[in-house]
Design a protein. Structure first.
Length: 727
């Protein structure tokens, strides 16, 4: 009979395979190692052969001693009977049905092989089961340890008792898992059904890897505030009692969702939320619907939300409220959100000191919104309501119902005219805004204010640098500033003017324009640049520098516009007298702008118009192939232009033949010309050495004097004279 060999891989010896030669442990007490304690290979065949030899020896001895034939036969029968007993071992060892046979007949130490094998499957005794197996990592110089110790590196929802079939109530087991201090793992395809919200308090260094599993909250009816949290982590009394919380999914499909789809908004119910946590990281998690926002991060520092997918929420996609510093939202997707896609905000009641900011400034320091995508947000695509330092870059906002990217006004500081005891946003400071794409924003016009457009920088914002962004098909205006902003090297294409939701056409002041500024706060300052931008198509102006309060100063330079001024299909009686309009403010420079190929005949003959203001500088703006001719660069309408303003008009004159010593003059109407302003001219051709001068002789009047001081007759050529006043 061949030996039985049991190989126990990865057993207590961490580098060997334990082999038990079962033939050494046949029959008898557990400690009996074969016949007479033989430690060699003693098999049933060997025992039988030994018994045969002993019987033959006994028979020979009996014969030699003169025993009778019957005595010799009895001895032989006894030996054969012994062999029958030994031969019975074979089927008993192979018996897997009788617990008293098989491995139970094989000895191992002070026990049996069966008992030892039972120890390996024991899941209740910490000294058994995986504690009896060894583990050695394949990496060089690794140290061996037990499989139990290795398994304790992670803790799964199933380890905590979850069933994971989407039917059983796994609430208690999920809570047990969340309160561990290990890496908690899901299993791909599992659904952990919970019937009550979680609330994990003062937990530190917890990592949850959903691994493609879903935690699904199953509650009936519309929840009260706080009733519909799926994963909630918070500090109990002071910031940082909870820290370093990670929620991610290393396998596609990790999800937080609801058994019953939310039917109405119920605030303060978030599938994933953090409050007072120092160190938050989420990644690759799908948030499938929400009664409120999808991910809410409140009063936290050092936050990174990365590549999450949030959709069908009744409020925001992901919001950081009252956070102190270092908040990043990178490459997330928000689709079909009830309010904003992504947001930074501060409430009046938020205390900067709670998150360690002793300067009293209600702004989150160092914010990065990069590479995020929002589609069909109920209000804004991206909302900045209290960021200080950082960047908003490479995001894509498409089909937001309100403005695409909004830099909000200050409602939380008493010095603001917009202050409210229930304010929910601050203004922003020192942000780089570049590489963003805005498509079809605000067409739905679903906004509580008239903030309808592609990108909107409101009052009290400062040092907002907007460059290399692209807006296409946005409603009312592509880029707007009520605070301090610099718009440079952006592209605005085909802005529109269409009726929408809560904002009527009559409130859409900028009528499908490209750039606009205004100011509605007497304590605000509003200044900046609109320079080196490209404007294509659209029904209205290249730039509107509009009325407002406070200190204002704007530079509108080197912008290029193509195919603008298409008012066809616009139904609210829009009229337009110029492509760049300056209304009731001073300190505006409009220079070196160029407009090509305007479309509609509704355009009046001016590139720049100035109304009700003084101390502006307008010069060297050009129109090329314009539909209505644009024979005049500047219209001054009821304005008092200062001496530093530039007004240019064209005047066509016949030739002036002059005898020696003769003089002549002609008068040109220049609206806005006033005493004290310098006048200059550009003749149409050769002046034949005549002496020529231009002087403001009355309001809105310039007289050009021509004298022939030569000894012979001359003729000053006919043509168009360029008359320039101001400078």
């Amino acid at each position: 009979m061949a030996d039985f060999v049991i190989s126990l891989q990865d057993a207590v010896d961490t580098s060997k395979v334990v082999e038990l030669q079962i033939g050494n442990y046949i029959k008898g007490d557990p400690g009996d190692k074969g016949d007479k304690g033989d430690t060699g290979d003693v098999t049933p065949d060997a025992i039988i052969a030994k018994n045969d030899a002993q019987a033959a020896a006994s028979a020979a001895a009996a014969s030699a001693a003169g025993a009778s034939a019957s005595a010799i036969a009895a001895a032989t029968s006894a030996a054969e009977a012994a062999n029958v007993v030994d031969n019975g071992i074979r089927p008993d060892l192979a018996n897997t049905a009788d617990p008293a046979k098989g491995a139970a007949m094989v000895g191992y130490g002070s026990s049996t092989v069966k008992s030892r094998l039972d120890d390996f499957s024991d899941a209740s005794d910490p000294a058994k089961g995986s504690a009896l197996l060894g583990f050695l990592h394949e990496h060089a110089d690794s140290v061996g340890r037990t499989q139990r110790d290795k398994s304790n590196d992670t803790y799964s929802f199933r380890d905590a008792g979850c069933v994971g079939n989407g039917v059983a109530d796994d609430t208690a087991a999920v809570l047990r898992a969340l309160k561990s201090n290990r890496i908690v793992e899901g299993r791909p395809g599992d659904i952990y059904r919970v019937t009550a919200p979680t609330d994990v308090v003062d937990k530190q260094n917890l990592t949850i890897d959903l691994k493609g599993a879903e935690i699904r909250l199953d509650i009936a009816g519309t929840p009260t505030p706080g009733q519909a949290h799926i994963l909630k982590f918070r500090s109990s009394s002071s910031f940082g009692q909870s820290k370093n919380i990670t929620v991610y999914s290393s396998v596609p499909g990790g999800k937080l969702g609801f058994a019953n789809a939310p039917t109405a908004r119920a605030d303060n119910n978030f599938p994933l939320s953090f409050d007072g946590v120092d160190g938050v990281y989420t990644a690759f998690v799908e948030v499938d619907k929400s009664w409120s926002a999808g991910i809410w991060t409140r009063r936290c520092n050092n936050v990174l939300h990365y590549k999450n997918y949030i959709h069908d929420t009744k409020a925001d996609g992901s919001t950081a409220e009252g956070c102190g510093r270092n908040v990043a939202m990178l490459y997330n997707v928000a689709r079909d959100t009830g309010d904003d896609g992504f947001a930074i905000t501060w409430f009046t009641g938020n205390d900067p000191a709670y998150v360690g900011e002793t300067d009293g400034i209600k702004r989150t320091k160092h914010v990065v919104f990069e590479g995020n995508q929002t589609y069909n947000s109920g209000k804004r695509g991206i909302f900045l309501g209290g960021a200080m330092g950082g960047s908003v870059c490479k995001n894509r906002v498409e089909a937001s119902n309100a403005v695409g990217i909004l830099f909000a006004r200050d409602t939380v500081n008493p010095s603001s005219v917009f202050y409210s005891v229930n304010g929910v946003n601050n203004s922003n400071d020192d942000l780089d805004v570049f590489g963003n794409t805005l498509i079809g924003c605000a067409v739905g016009s679903n906004s509580p204010n008239s903030e309808v457009g592609g990108m909107w920088v409101t009052e009290y914002n400062t040092r907002i640098r907007v460059h290399h962004n692209y807006a296409k098909g946005c409603n009312n205006v592509s880029f707007y500033a009520g605070g301090n902003a610099e718009f440079t090297q952006n592209t605005s294409e085909d802005p529109v003017l269409v009726a929408g939701g809560s904002v009527p056409l009559s409130s859409m002041t900028y009528k499908g324009g490209h750039f606009a500024t205004a100011d509605f706060s007497s304590t605000n300052t509003c200044f900046g640049k609109i320079e080196d931008n490209t404007c294509i198509g659209g029904p209205f102006r290249v730039a509107t520098i509009n009325t407002g309060y406070g200190a204002r100063s704007w530079s509108v330079r080197r912008n290029r516009a193509f195919d603008v001024g298409d008012l066809s299909g616009v139904s609210d009686g829009v009229s337009m007298i110029s492509l760049i309009r300056v209304v009731s403010i001073a300190n505006v420079t409009v220079r070196d702008n160029e407009v090509s190929e305007t479309r509609a005949g509704n355009l009046v003959n001016y590139i720049v118009s100035v109304k009700d203001n003084a101390a502006n500088y307008v010069a060297d703006n050009r129109g090329i192939s314009l539909a209505s001719g644009l024979g005049t660069e500047l219209l001054v309408d009821n304005a008092s232009m200062s001496a530093r303003s530039i007004i240019r008009v064209d005047s066509t004159q016949a030739s002036f033949p002059l005898a020696a010593g003769a003089k002549t003059d002609f008068t040109v109407t220049v609206t806005g010309a006033a005493f004290g302003m310098r006048a200059a001219f550009g003749p149409p051709g050769d002046t034949q050495a005549a002496n020529i001068d231009a002087i403001v002789t009355a309001a809105n009047t310039v007289k050009v004097y021509i004298a022939n001081n030569t000894a012979g007759a001359i003729t000053v050529a006919a043509g168009t004279w360029k008359i320039i006043v101001g400078g």
